[in-house]
Design a protein around this ligand. Structure first.
Ligand code: PLP
Length: 391
């Protein structure tokens, strides 16, 4: 098809073409690109922040459930796929998040495109942060509600929109607690106050906060003490928890409603036992080993300090996600290739994932990264960006 050919060629010319690169994981945060078996690369792209995907307790519980219950769950939860194991995970999540109930979904993407259209529809309003994840945008689009985008973390802009637009229908404010491409956090206390003032629903996506923030590790909602004001606390098992799937921590009534109304829950096969087992074990590790998240945040702070010492400017956020802004997409790609040649696997993040002109290297810090590696990586980044500026 000629349209495909020219679209692909144009993307490639603009440095925007995304391509799949198979990797072999060799463990401990390192991988090999298929086809270049000699080079071991340090993985700075993985969201397995707490290194739980390889944790022995997580693997053994996953294997146990696989062997006892089989490879697949066989059906949707509302058919015969509803295992008591799913309920156990939901009870654990509710306890962890301090909510009366919880519901698990096949993935974070499925959770967001299922929950948002269940909450609002035609005639209703959504107020969303500009930097929300694509799955949140897709959920908003699917809902048919009128969508208002506010400037990133800009409470004044949000309130101005609320004042002008709020109207009579249902209204939803939807944000992330830790933004996936910037690593900064949402002002949840202030958002909760606005939600109360303008009688809205509040949904918070904790994909990158679950397991890391809060005194129990349940997220920023816990840390900021706003649990009672968040109507839907959504999060994923595929990042810091090292497994797969997602949850919504909610009231019992909301849980019953989502079971009936979230189409990505109703019409999708239940998560397989091995995956649920892994998530259950990961939740236990997170709660029993708080030193993991403290250690992770200390590593991230150390890396940011090293970047500054190497002349890399920027706002590096407040989390284990460290964005190094490059600006131009082609340059970001070139920088990533140079780092790869030096043994670091870093994803260049380009539009449309991030706004035009803000292409960046996104470093995901994990417990696999030794401090001397972080120091060396920061030096390399400093040198690479300085070379770009000179040429
Ligand atoms: C990764 C991510 C998702 C999607 O979760 P998956 O389980 O990978 O589908 C949703 N929201 C945010 C903010 C994310 O970073």
């Amino acid at each position: 098809m000629e349209r495909l050919t020219s679209w692909l060629a144009e993307r490639r010319n603009q440095g925007l073409l995304r391509e799949l690169v198979p990797v072999e994981r060799v463990g401990n945060g390192r991988l090999r690109l298929a086809g270049s078996p000699a080079d071991l690369l340090w993985d700075f792209s993985s969201n397995d922040y707490l290194a739980l995907a390889e944790h022995p307790a997580v693997i053994s519980e996953s294997r146990k459930q696989l062997e006892e219950l089989g490879a697949g769950s066989g059906a949707a939860r509302l058919m015969s796929g509803d295992l008591s194991l799913h309920h156990r995970l939901e009870e654990e999540i509710a306890r962890f998040k301090g909510t009366p109930a919880a519901l698990i979904f096949g993935s974070g993407y499925l959770a967001n495109i299922g929950i948002i259209p269940a909450l609002v529809g035609r005639g209703d309003l959504i107020f969303g942060d500009r930097l929300n994840h694509a799955s949140i945008y897709d959920g908003c689009l699917l809902s048919g509600a009128k969508f208002q985008r506010f400037r990133h973390n800009d409470l004044e802009h949000l309130e101005e929109l609320l004042r002008r637009q709020r109207g009579k229908g249902e209204a939803l404010i939807v944000v992330e607690s830790i933004y996936s491409m910037d690593g900064d956090r949402a002002p949840l206390k202030e958002l909760a106050a606005l939600k109360d003032k303008y009688s809205c629903l509040l949904m918070v996506d904790e994909a990158h906060a679950t397991g890391i923030f809060g005194s129990r590790g349940s997220g920023v909602i816990e840390e900021d003490g706003v649990s009672a004001q968040v109507d839907v606390a959504m999060g994923t098992f595929g990042k810091a928890l090292g497994s797969y799937g997602a949850y919504a921590a909610v009231s019992s009534e909301m849980q019953a409603y989502l079971v009936n109304r979230a189409r990505s829950f109703v019409y999708a096969t239940a998560l397989p036992p091995a995956v649920v087992g892994a998530s259950l074990a990961a939740l236990t590790v997170v709660q029993n080993e708080p030193e993991r998240r403290l250690n992770l945040l200390a590593k991230a702070a150390f890396f940011k300090r090293c970047l500054q010492e190497n002349g890399v400017a920027g706002d590096f956020g407040h989390s284990q996600i460290v964005p190094v802004l490059v600006g131009d997409s082609t340059l970001a790609l070139a920088a990533a290739n140079l780092l790869r040649a030096a043994g670091l696997y870093v994803t260049p993040v380009r539009p449309p994932t991030v706004p035009e002109g803000t292409a960046r290297l996104r470093f995901s810090i994990t417990l696999h990264h030794p401090d001397d590696l972080l120091r060396r990586a920061a030096e390399l980044v400093g040198r690479t960006l300085a070379d770009f500026e000179q040429s």
